[in-house]
Structures are given as structure tokens and as C-alpha cells.
Design a protein around this ligand. Structure first.
Ligand code: PLP
Length: 252
């Protein structure tokens, strides 16, 4: 069984972050390996606090792991701060596997999950990434201009891509159809899917999507096909969300 590298925050409720990512990997027939990049205090009702893990510890763990094991692909989620991003970028020199970064900056409830300027984290990481998967708010911060409609999504995807690909997720656009825009190898691809009623209220959709894409890349799928298959995986999960607590349901 091939290894999937996960570098994610820990959500104790299991709806997002490393625990959810590990279940996505398992459902794709991959074996999860990886590190916790940040700790969060949260329940299904929302995020109360977070703390990045000591960057030296994250770097040491990843170096030990990647010096020993081969990974077929990787997914990075919440990093928490620039020091952790730097340690991750350093350690990723040890693998040539395709890596997807879901640049988590805040929970959908609005609670922040990153301290500092994430554009600096992107600058550190980008040489090691195959794909970055910002939502509209994240694309806006990373691209540096408002991203609130389809033309701006296309501009953001094109401006963030380069060396790596960029998938801007349109799930928060609020129209009948959810459109994601992929810029890869100088080409723009739009991936449309029916919006699931109430889909935005389900916890952990971004984590599940980026991990599912990494799983597809681990199996050798080309980027556009990987993104489309991952979106179909998440839509299927959204049809039957998990109710693990008294608050919001989770996708995993
Ligand atoms: N906690 C962790 C560790 C995460 O990685 C994320 C999002 O990626 C969240 C919480 C927030 O998830 P959501 O915005 O789906 O509630």
C-alpha cells in the first residue's frame, strides 16, 4: 500500500485536519503517514484557539520520516505560522512527490487559523508544490485583489499558478452551480458541479477535497482529472455528512 504524506492541523473533533485527512487516504486505499503542524481547541461548534507546533519539532519529524519512507504524494493543510511553513519547505526537499497545499487561513466560522502574512509561506513552499487550493477568501489574500466572481477567480488562479498549478474553489460564490477554476501549465479549466444544499455549512470540506486530490495524484491521475474526481468524492460525502457532535456536521 502506498504512503500518503499528511502535514495537517489536529482538529480533536476529527471533522477536519489530520484525522479527517487520514480517513480520506484510507478510503482511497492509501496509508497515511505524517505530522501534526498545529493544534486547535475546537468542537463541532467552532474553533476557540490554535497553536502551531514547534517548527523544529515539525522539521525533525518530517526529516526522519522522509529520510526513511517513500511517499506517493503529499497534502499540506493548516500550518499556523511562517516558522512551520519554513520547516515544512526545508523538509520537502527530501521528496519529489507531488504535494498539494490547502492554504488554511481561517475556519469557515471566521476564526483565524494562521498568524502572519501567508504570502511569505507561499513563497517558501511554492517550489515544492504541485498544486495550491485556495477558497475565495484565501485566493484574495494570496493574490492581493478581491476575488468575488468568476472573472476574478480566473485572474487569481492564473496569477497564483506558475511552476505549480492553482485551483480556486468557488464553493462560497453563492450561485446554483459550484465552479472551481484550475490554472495548470498555462491553461484554464473550469470544473462545474451541482451545489449541494447546505454544503457550505459542513465542516472539513476543504481538507477532504485537497486530500482527495493528493490521493488521485498518488495514483498517477493528471491534475484536472484529479481535481474533478476529488470534487465528486467530496460531493458524495456531502450527501451523507457525519454528525459527531451537537454543532455542525462534518464531511468525514
Ligand atoms: N481545523 C483544522 C485543523 C483545519 O485544517 C480546518 C480547515 O481546513 C479547520 C479546523 C476549519 O474547518 P472548517 O472551515 O471546514 O470548519
Amino acid at each position: 500500500m502506498a504512503n500518503l504524506l499528511l502535514i495537517s492541523g489536529l482538529d480533536p473533533s476529527g471533522g477536519a485536519g489530520l484525522l479527517a485527512d487520514a480517513r480520506v487516504a484510507e478510503q482511497h486505499g492509501l496509508r497515511a503517514v505524517g505530522v501534526v503542524s498545529a493544534l486547535t481547541v475546537q468542537s463541532s461548534a467552532g474553533v476557540a484557539a490554535f497553536e502551531p507546533v514547534d517548527a523544529e519539532l515539525v522539521g525533525g519529524q518530517l526529516t526522519a520520516l522522509l529520510s526513511d519512507s517513500v511517499v506517493a504524494a503529499g497534502k499540506i493543510g493548516m500550518l499556523g505560522d511562517e516558522e512551520v511553513a519554513r520547516a515544512v519547505a526545508e523538509a520537502l526537499r527530501l521528496t519529489a512527490a507531488p504535494v498539494v497545499w490547502d492554504p488554511v487561513l481561517a475556519a469557515s466560522s471566521g476564526a483565524p487559523l494562521y498568524r502572519g502574512d501567508p504570502r511569505r509561506a507561499l513563497a517558501l513552499l511554492r517550489d515544492h508544490l504541485a498544486l495550491i487550493t485556495p477558497n475565495l477568501a484565501e485566493a484574495e489574500v494570496l493574490a492581493g485583489f478581491p476575488v468575488r466572481d468568476l472573472p476574478a477567480m480566473r485572474r487569481a488562479a492564473e496569477s497564483l499558478a506558475g511552476g505549480m498549478a492553482c485551483l480556486v474553489k468557488g464553493g462560497h460564490l453563492g450561485e446554483g452551480v459550484a465552479v472551481d477554476v484550475l490554472s495548470a501549465g498555462g491553461e484554464l479549466v473550469e470544473i462545474a458541479g451541482d451545489r449541494m444544499a447546505g454544503g457550505e455549512d459542513v465542516h472539513g470540506t476543504g481538507c477532504a477535497l485537497s486530500t482527495a486530490i493528493a490521493c488521485q495524484l498518488a495514483g498517477g491521475a493528471p491534475l484536472a482529472a484529479a481535481a474533478a474526481a476529488a470534487a465528486a468524492f467530496v460531493r458524495a460525502r456531502l450527501a451523507a455528512p457525519v454528525r459527531a457532535g451537537r454543532g455542525r456536521p462534518s464531511v468525514m
